[in-house]
Design a protein around this ligand. Structure first.
Ligand SMILES: Nc1ncnc2c1ncn2[C@@H]1O[C@H](COP(=O)(O)OP(=O)(O)OP(=O)(O)O)[C@@H](O)[C@H]1O
Ligand SMILES: [Mg+2]
Length: 279
């Protein structure tokens, strides 16, 4: 495409209606995001430990597979896929409702891709990088450290062979531990550009330090991302309240107020007026 002589790889929309939005399936929150996250966005999901970062993204994937037969890939680096699935079952997600596959042995990648391709009802694939690393270590004492490239290659295969349109990296912080970040600004720029170029809606989970002074480790991830969603736990006297807010969402007239986040009877809800009145 040419715009005033500049060759652009990204498409220029003609109006708001051209934007496909991926719902977050949080009642009361999608309405404040013009219906959801623009498809193809790279979204940073930031929060301290236990703020339901993984659950929030899993909830989107679970519902998108069920409602829109999408194919989703969830890569877990720290938590094992069993631990993640057990948590989701405990939260009430009926996994038997959708085709899901777990990949913990890289030699099975082709087989999993075939199953994903064959699934007309969409699919959810969990890739357990921790298990893959253990398995590689058993084969060679020093597994190659280029996990960014491993991830890129896996994602490329899922995109080109199985039309995957949702991706989650849980977490970006864990990827840094496995990667030699000699020049984080340049490396991160290329990682984010890679995700954006795939046109897959990508969720990058970022573990926020407890002092909450930054959304992500290198403090540039939030500038590089198309959207930043912040999950927090706030003390109100002796009671802890979960909160959700949109720090930014490109191409969206987002309401950036803070909402109380609740999970009840298998559903996330965002309640307006997260701040309790002063007593
Ligand atoms: N119905 C529920 N069943 C199980 N856990 C629940 C439920 N409701 C809330 N939780 C809470 O969800 C939290 C864990 O959610 P999740 O793993 O998504 O958080 P996280 O931010 O990804 O955590 P981590 O920092 O460990 O990665 C737990 O602290 C748990 O108490
Ligand atoms: Mg998590």
């Amino acid at each position: 495409m040419q715009v005033r002589g500049i060759t652009m790889t990204e498409k220029l929309i003609t109006g708001k209606k051209d934007i496909t939005r991926i719902k977050t399936y949080i009642d009361g929150y999608d309405e404040n995001l013009e219906g959801g996250i623009p498809a193809g966005h790279v979204v940073l999901v930031s929060g301290t430990a236990g703020t339901m970062k993984s659950s929030m993204v899993f909830n989107i994937f679970f519902n998108e597979v069920l409602e829109n037969s999408r194919h989703a890939v969830y890569v877990t680096l720290e938590q094992s896929s069993f631990s993640l699935l057990n948590h989701m079952v405990n939260m009430g997600y009926k996994l038997d409702k959708l085709p899901y596959f777990a990949l913990d042995d890289i030699s099975q990648l082709g087989k999993v891709l075939d199953k994903v391709k064959a699934s007309k009802k969409g699919s959810l694939t969990l890739i357990d990088i921790g298990a893959v690393r253990k398995q590689l270590k058993a084969v060679t004492e020093a597994p190659s450290g280029d996990w960014v490239n491993v991830l890129k290659n896996i994602l490329k295969k899922f995109k080109t062979q199985a039309q995957v349109d949702l991706f989650c990296l849980d977490s970006l912080s864990a990827l840094y531990v496995l990667t030699d970040m000699k020049n984080p600004r340049t490396q991160l720029f290329h990682i984010f550009e890679y995700f954006r170029d795939t046109e897959i809606t990508s969720f990058l989970i970022s573990e926020m330090p407890l002092d909450k002074k930054k959304y992500s480790q290198y403090e540039i991830e939030d500038y590089l991302a198309d959207g930043v969603i912040l999950l927090e736990l706030k003390p109100r006297q002796r009671k802890m309240t979960r909160e959700i807010s949109t720090v930014k969402m490109r191409s969206t007239d987002a309401n950036i107020d803070v909402f109380t986040l609740e999970f009840d009877k298998g559903k996330f809800k965002a309640l307006y007026g997260g701040q309790t009145p002063l007593v």
